[in-house]
Design a binder for this molecule. Structure first.
Ligand SMILES: *Cc1c(COP(=O)(O)O)cnc(C)c1O
Length: 327
């Protein structure tokens, strides 16, 4: 038995209802923004309890445009975490700003009030408020391996500020206010209308799939709790986590990872090398030892398969194999 990390085959066994709808879109030729984008944006804003949602070409584009819409550019510094995905920092560099890292806490996060990178966090909330609504804008990714996934790249930005929402709509579409009025320099970072159609359908499954992820994660918490060699991140009760990844810390992490993989369990590491120690950020002058919590976690973290299509016997196998390793 293999316990896979990815679940796409399982999720898209029967995509005919979406394909039929795509066929209609193709026949209408509604390829640039258009009706499907509007519907998806409306449904997403509702899901995330935000006033506005603007569809863009990826989660990275959501971060980049969010920064530009609030005026971040050259001479600005943007604080972020060194344990995030590369895109958070690529977006900062793309608007000409300087990334500044700060260490994370035992919950693996930094505190933030600027632009939220909520790329993996659809359905997550803090004290009942959906993430993405705390900063000026919140960026989400619909990459095939994110919690609400489409058939390629797409993303969404939410905001509750009408002026920012207008800026975002212009920035994603060449800086155009309407077909013939060019108000500012912009980009072509529109969401694909085909992906918006796919998202419009899949968003209906999101809360159910999220519940299943959470149940899988809490089950791991419970079953692995007694293993001394494993440490769990701080779980705040005010926080509803949605477990795009299920990350714990383990002693002899590399050996455990290898053992699990040999036994057919696809565990992964998100991510082995913190961003301040990567070649791309060398010019910023950071060195090993600058962010002790992040660096310690990078050597100990491991991500277990937590996707909503895991079968009972697969979950059992993961738990038993970890227990066996430490026995
Ligand atoms: C996936 C991800 C992104 C980028 O999203 P894309 O849609 O792949 O561009 C940004 N930040 C984080 C934390 C992510 O996980």
């Amino acid at each position: 038995m293999r316990v896979k990390y990815s679940y796409l085959e399982e999720q898209f066994k029967n995509p005919d209802y979406i394909l039929r709808d795509l066929e209609k879109l193709v026949k209408r030729g509604d390829f640039t923004l258009g009706k499907e984008v509007e519907i998806f944006e409306k449904r997403f804003a509702q899901l995330a309890s935000a006033k506005f949602a603007v569809g863009v070409s990826s989660g990275t584009a959501a971060l980049l445009l969010g920064l530009q819409a609030v005026g971040v550019g050259h001479d600005d510094e943007v604080i972020t975490a060194p344990n995030t995905f590369f895109a958070s920092v690529n977006a900062i560099a793309a608007v000409g700003a300087k990334p500044v890292f700060v260490d994370v806490g035992e919950d693996y996060n930094i505190n933030s009030e600027l632009i939220e990178d909520a790329a993996q966090a659809i359905g997550a909330n803090y004290r009942g408020r959906h993430v993405g609504n705390f900063g000026d804008t919140g960026g989400f990714s619909f990459h095939p391996l994110k919690n609400l996934n489409v058939w390629g790249d797409a993303g969404m930005i939410i905001t509750n500020n009408p002026d920012i929402s207008v800026s975002l709509c212009e920035l994603r579409n060449q800086g155009l206010k309407d077909r013939d009025t060019w108000t500012r320099y912009g980009h072509n970072l529109r969401i694909s209308s085909l992906q918006a159609l796919v998202g419009k359908h899949l968003i209906k499954d999101t809360s159910d799939l999220t519940e299943r992820r959470i149940a899988n994660a809490l089950n791991y918490d419970k079953e692995l709790r007694d293993i001394e060699e494993i440490t769990f991140p701080q779980r705040m009760i005010e926080l509803r986590e949605v477990f795009h990844t299920y990350v714990i810390q383990a002693e002899r992490r590399d050996e455990l990872n290898k053992y699990l993989n040999e036994k057919g369990i696809e565990s992964k590491i998100h991510y082995p090398v913190p961003l301040h120690l990567q070649p791309a950020t060398k010019y910023l002058g950071y060195k090993k030892g600058d962010f002790p919590q992040t660096e310690m976690q990078a050597e100990r973290i491991i991500s277990l398969p937590v996707h909503p299509y895991l079968k009972e016997r697969e979950k059992k196998k993961v738990i038993e194999t970890i227990k066996e390793f430490y026995r």
